[in-house]
Design a protein around this ligand. Sequence first.
Ligand SMILES: *Cc1c(COP(=O)(O)O)cnc(C)c1O
Length: 637
Amino acid sequence: MSGQAPWRAADSAALYGIDHWGAGYFSLADSGEVVANASFGAVQQSVSLMDIVAGLEQRGHAMPVLLRIENILDDRITRLNEAFRRAIAQLNYRGHYRGVFPIKVNQQCHVVEEITKFGGQYHHGLEAGSKAELMVALAHLRDREACIVCNGYKDAEFVELGLHARRLGLRCFFVIETLAELEIIIKTSRRLGIEPLLGVRVKLAARVEGHWNEDSGDRSLFGLSVSQLISAVDRLREVDMLHCLQLMHYHIGSQIPNIRNIRAGVQEACRYFVDLVGEGAPLTYLDLGGGLAVDYTGAATNETHSKNYSLDEYCIDIVEGIGESLDSYGVAHPTIITESGRATVAYSSVLLFNVLDVSRFRAATIPQQLPDECSDYLRNLFQTLEQLTANNVQESCNDAVHYREEVRRMFRQGLVQLRELALADIFYLEVLQRTRELLPSLPRIPPELQDLDQALADIYYGNFSLFQSLPDSWAIDQLFPVMPIHRLGEQPDRTAIIADITCDSDGKIDHFASATGESRTIALHRFDPGQEYYLGVFLVGAYQETLGDLHNLFGDTHVASVRIDERGGFEFVEEIVGDSIGDVLSYVEYNPKELYEQFRVAAEAAVKSGEIDLAMRREMLQAFNSSLNGYTYFERD
Ligand SMILES: *Cc1c(COP(=O)(O)O)cnc(C)c1O
């Protein structure tokens, strides 16, 4: 194309929006590859994801792989704590900030370990919603300044574990969610003779827009209603434990895209806080729960998958809101706790996979003439194709639909043969494809042709399971940034959607973030079967890793954690081999050894009856055995 500047990596960066959603952690190098960035003081180092892929493959880890970048996780903790520190200093707030990481957002041992280890300098703590999570917290936290916040239903055993933590001097709070739970806490603490640290979870009326809003409003599942809150205070006073009530908690939802909702929550919460103090509860902690959003689209709007505020704005609005509100009532400033999960871990994980194949809805070659004998309908269809112009697209498409349907009808009646039906399909799709190409030149696009782009998009088959690795994409239509990680100096000129390798019609990605908001298709490069084509799904560190299921028995992917070093190299700090087929079979109660034995018996019987010889038997059993030990995903020879 004359006069047009050649495509550059910068054009790809704009196309995929990486400079917006990448938050500085991901960007495009001039080489046309996606790089991960890490800062060391004033120096920034970048590592190409393709170099990491090469390193993984040299170590025998085939795609798909979940990649964690430790520097990014550390940086998230730093930014969160430093932003609150700045806001507190700037506004002369007379209290501290203590972050806690909600374990449910990413329970992986290596992640929790890194958060507590690196977060130690900020006294970053943990939030636990179950006995199992509390045990993880008890094992990892030694810091007496850090908080452990226990939410969720608590039985006597849960309470006992938390009370033992008090004995070790750990700041472990039970957040009272129901009145029944309060009785269990009173009884157990009396029995053990240990005073608990208590919190109450209040239900705010403030509602939150967006996907994850069930936790907001009066009907939220968790927390005490106003009358229950009063009963809890009365009951604590009655048993002389009101002095234990030192924390107030609320959580109005995850991924809150609009800063207005956050401010409204703070305002309302402060009213509760002031009156609880007035009731005699010596509150010194205000826990705002989660909700700090991630801008998955990079659009910086108040839409579900975005957010209209920066981290600094979030911190300033919270610190200022609490400070001003409490000052006006003469109540002392509490320590501020937030339970940011998503914003802490989303950025540090990337799902990497290769493309296995592509389906195109267009024949490689279009026959230039008709067979000698064919139906009039096929003849008409062919003519429609030949006469298609920008001036008659709508009419031509209508005709094409009609003629193809007539050929199909004749086929069902036995009047035309399979080969003619195939030709009808080819001509029909060609009419639609050429129409699609003509659409941009039309003054107005007819409404019924607007979805043509998606309907005719190529299907790129990716070597991953949506259900295992991106469960929220399936369950709640969550958007994640997706893009190729190489070839970005080349113009991606195919329009596509992405399917996974489960044979489920829901196993696909057909919603993408784009410069114009959301798009139903993504631009990808032409797939060459002789060359691997790698895609990345970004910002998948929150909620995706353990919600995933074994749909079609695709198991956990390999996981690799890397750390970028000051010289721009990187090190694999951890490699976890994904599930083998034997592993996933045992999760659904098969015994791999027994399966092998059953197959061996069948093979032995075939030897006896002379159907196979011993060499064949050995080959078959070896194949069975190596599959049991093999990866559940598509493996290249
Ligand atoms: C899930 C949850 C969080 C985490 O919320 P994010 O929006 O991921 O930060 C925090 N607190 C409670 C009580 C939760 O249920």
